[in-house]
Design a protein around this ligand. Structure first.
Ligand SMILES: Nc1ncnc2c1ncn2[C@@H]1O[C@H](COP(=O)(O)OP(=O)(O)OP(=O)(O)O)[C@@H](O)[C@H]1O
Ligand SMILES: [Mg+2]
Length: 411
């Protein structure tokens, strides 16, 4: 294949689709997208691998499609991790500034982050990210980079993201078996935030809500750093199931109807609007009012946002969302969802699609691609500080090896 080097590859293994995005550094922006592959996802439920072989097949299919489009082969990728097994916790570390002039050195920063990281993690969980929030030198708070400052005591607040060892290892194994090495595992919400949020929004205080098929992933930023993450067991799949039951129609037909005619707010639909619905068992199609469809969808979406509102309160950052909420993921494309969200959350809400990319940007400019684009953007940044390692001789990456790698990366 024609192109040289190791392209930057984002691999998002979702509940409904596996998406592979091949990118390269560009002269005009951070990355140019040169290939996209998408395949129906099999073997995944709520962000967790439930059938390894099926999952491997889907990854291979998406990778091949992207390779054909880009004209290069994929040997490694930045892979998104998600699912209810992912947790976040805030932690704090304190060290004495020991140098001659009491000036903070890079080593002091490393030591304080190590101290903040030293929390009890159960043996069945591993650290995925250690994300610095802010540093304090003596009583001075809110410092982004303390190196060079003078004081006696250095403190750091961090957000630690952990994942189940087995769930994460199964994900890595699936990618490996598809012939791709995992360059880094990245929390999906973190990647999506890279693609759709601005730095100003992260400073002001914002929540990103990624509504997928099986799960809804949240991340809250305030003063430029991650404060809270959560994964809620709800998503577009539940809306589709409700339509299938409510209209007595097969799931694929319910999915089609939702995408074509669905609306989360009955008030937005004209009284005369009708839809045609296929029946089960080969009976004749029926014509129904679109209002009926909305009456099925609306309560489920309202329930989704009441769960989200509860999670904001639980995080204790519900009063810090000065820039509001951004909805992304395929589930956010439902008509009327923004209005319901504004009503339930009482903050401004916008729809977030990926930005900041060139090349085939049009192909991946919709909310379903936020995570994949974010993974490529994250990868592009990493490559600037850390060139790709030579390919692993046995291809098989241990989750624990990568964790050590990420930890070094933070420093
Ligand atoms: N136009 C649309 N209107 C309403 N819903 C839509 C639309 N397009 C896609 N969806 C829904 O979005 C969901 C898929 O979103 P997405 O591709 O972000 O999920 P995923 O990444 O595969 O899943 P997850 O993140 O939960 O693992 C499906 O439930 C689908 O029905
Ligand atoms: Mg997703």
């Amino acid at each position: 294949m024609a192109r040289p080097g190791h392209p930057i590859v984002g691999l998002d293994i979702g509940t409904t689709k596996v998406c592979v995005l091949i990118a390269e550094h560009s002269a005009t922006g951070p990355v140019d997208v040169i290939g996209v592959g998408s395949a129906p996802s099999r073997g995944m439920r709520k962000g967790v691998v439930v059938n390894l072989d099926a999952c491997v097949g889907s990854i291979k299919q998406a990778v091949e499609e992207a390779e054909l489009m880009a004209g290069c082969s994929v040997d490694r990728a930045f892979v998104g991790v998600a699912g209810a097994h992912v947790r976040g916790l805030n932690s704090r570390g304190v060290v004495a500034i020991s140098g001659r002039d009491h000036e903070v050195t890079r080593e002091d920063v490393q030591r304080v982050l190590a101290a903040a990281r030293a929390v009890n993690i159960p043996p069945d969980r591993e650290i995925v990210h250690v994300l610095p929030q802010e540093f304090m030198v003596d009583d001075q708070e809110g410092i982004h980079d303390p190196a060079g400052m003078t004081g006696a005591k250095l403190e750091a607040n961090v957000h630690i993201v952990t994942a189940s060892v087995t769930a994460a290892q199964n994900l890595v194994n699936s990618v490996n078996r598809a012939g791709v090495e995992v360059e880094e595992v990245v929390l999906e919400q973190l990647a999506a935030a890279d693609a759709v949020l601005t730095q100003d929004e992260k400073e002001m205080g914002i929540a990103l809500v990624d509504i997928g098929a099986g799960t809804t992933d949240l991340v809250i930023f305030d003063r430029g750093a991650i404060r809270h993450i959560a994964v809620l067991p709800t998503g577009g799949e539940h809306v589709t199931n409700d339509i299938a039951v409510g209209l007595r129609t097969p799931i694929p037909e319910a999915e089609r109807i939702k995408k074509k005619h669905g609306c989360a707010l009955a008030g937005l639909v004209g009284e005369e609007d009708t839809i045609e619905v296929l029946s089960v068992g080969g009976r004749k199609p029926r014509v129904l009012s679109r209002q009926i469809l909305c009456e099925i969808i609306q309560p489920r979406v309202e329930e989704m946002f009441s769960l989200i509102a509860e999670e904001f309160v639980r995080s204790a950052f519900d009063r810090c969302l000065h820039a509001g909420v951004v909805l992304t993921g395929g589930g956010a494309m439902l008509e009327g969802i923004q209005e319901i969200a504004e009503d339930a959350l009482d903050v401004p809400v916008r729809l977030g699609a990926p930005s900041g990319i060139g090349g085939l940007a049009g192909t991946v400019g919709t909310p379903q691609y936020s995570t994949a684009v974010g993974l490529a953007l994250h990868g592009a940044r990493r490559r600037l500080t850390r060139p790709p390692r030579p390919a692993h001789p046995f291809l098989f990456s241990r989750m624990s090896d990568m964790v050590r790698g990420w930890f070094r990366e933070v420093f």
